[in-house]
Design a protein. Structure first.
Length: 153
């Protein structure tokens, strides 16, 4: 009976390597600005192509690819999405411990990549959903969009 209580690997000590969300936001900001400067912008390629070929309706594949990869300049909307993603990714190592324990101690339940990716995504999104439900409790005072816009510049 005592062997059931002993762990399979007594050396397993999870350590968390955390990266600051602010650091990730800064890195993403400069990478995004460089991305929009150095890669061809899809909106400019499309305007130039339509000026040269006004009779054609379908765009060539390379312009559609450029519109997908770099549709326009890196702005506030992209930076806000990067901030949300960065704050979620900075604590992603905590959710990996769950899958590490399952792989070490529960060998009968194999893991695949889709399960782990969807699990980490659902753990992150659950926190944002819970915060959204508790918004009246977590946000104090009035928050007006003109204040946010004034502070953004």
């Amino acid at each position: 009976m005592t062997s059931c209580a002993l762990p399979a690997d007594p050396q397993f000590k999870p350590t968390n390597a955390s990266v600051s969300g602010a650091f990730i936001v800064l890195v993403i900001y400069f990478v995004g600005k460089g991305w929009s400067i150095f890669l061809p912008r899809g909106d400019k390629l499309e305007a130039r192509w339509k000026g040269r070929h006004p009779d054609r309706k379908t765009l060539p594949w390379y312009i559609r690819l450029a519109k997908f990869v770099n549709p326009h300049s890196f702005g506030l909307k992209e930076h806000a999405i990067a901030a949300i993603t960065a704050s979620s990714a900075s604590q992603g190592s905590l959710s990996v411990v769950t899958f590490t324990v399952q792989r070490l101690f529960y060998e009968g339940n194999p893991l695949n990549a889709a399960t782990v990716i969807m699990g980490i995504l659902s753990i992150s999104l659950f926190g944002y959903g819970l915060t959204g439900l508790l918004r009246p409790v977590t946000v104090w005072g009035e928050c007006r969009s003109d204040q946010i816009a004034a502070n953004a510049h």
